[in-house]
Ligand binder design. Structure first.
Ligand code: HPA
Length: 256
């Protein structure tokens, strides 16, 4: 059973035929919300909105450990993390879908490990390739099969937020080698690896990074909301395909 963690723009998964919800208690506290179990085209899947159902939990307050622990507890086979980002690389524009392959972590003060030395021996996970190769391939192939354009490869910079970056910070991130910037990719990816859960991210460019392109005079998400919503529609169809929907699969609620 695949898990989907939704971010801004994807707080519900409308193509999930819901069977039940479960509030999972974890040793790390409360996850962002109840896990929503169901089927997509008859295939089991579980959904969790990272920022809560009312989109009230800011990136630095998300209980990443509880979220990941809850999904692990339910023995998910992998996690597709969906999150909106700012585009730094020149070819990234609002509405683009990106499949990142690397991460740079600029976050601080977050509970970022299960191996905090309290009950477990010191453990160093390998994080050379932060995203799961097989899951990334499946996402890429789903995009190809659907003719949904996915930009494959990108270095994701995880910033602390919740404020957006200054123009100089975006320039610095670019000099560091970052292509896109978001606030939730870490410690989520590292915690998934600590639990040996295959994890890949689908990022949707919501805006140009601060000081660039349409954000040269500031970032106004409101004007880009419709772009994000349209792109999330494409992301939903990619997720359906990865979960295993056939070509004749109809969106929920439609029948022949
Ligand atoms: N910066 C950080 N996180 C983001 C952005 C951004 O410009 N856009 C969407 N999430």
């Amino acid at each position: 059973m695949l898990a989907i963690i939704g971010g801004s723009g994807l707080t519900t998964l409308s193509n999930l035929d819901v069977s039940h919800r479960e509030v999972v208690r974890t040793p790390y506290g409360e996850p962002s919300g109840a896990l929503v179990f169901g089927q997509i085209c008859g295939k089991p899947a579980v959904f969790l909105p990272r920022h809560g159902y009312g989109h009230t939990i800011p990136p630095h307050k998300v209980n990443y450990r509880a979220n990941l622990w809850a999904l692990h507890h339910h023995k998910v086979s992998g996690i597709i993390s969906v999150a909106s980002v700012g585009g730094i690389r020149a070819d990234l524009h609002p509405g683009d879908i990106v499949l990142p392959h690397q991460i740079i972590d600029y976050t601080w003060g977050r509970q970022s490990t299960f191996f905090d030395g309290v009950a477990t021996p010191v453990t160093h996970i390998d994080f050379t390739e932060p995203y799961d190769a097989d899951l990334r391939r499946r996402i890429e192939q789903a995009g190809e099969a659907l003719s949904v354009d996915i930009k494959v490869g990108g270095v994701y910079a995880a910033t602390q937020g919740p404020r957006l970056e200054s123009a100089a910070e975006i320039d610095r991130l670019e000099r560091d080698g970052a292509d896109l910037v978001g606030m939730t990719g870490m410690p989520e990816a590292a915690l998934a690896r600590e639990l040996a859960l295959p994890y890949a991210a689908i990022n949707v460019v919501a805006n140009h990074g601060a000081g660039r392109g349409s954000s040269v005079n500031g970032i106004r998400f409101e004007s880009l909301e419709h772009v994000l919503q349209e792109a999330m529609g494409r992301v939903r169809s990619v997720i359906e395909k990865v979960v295993g929907c056939q070509d004749n699969c109809l969106p929920m609620g439609l029948s022949v």
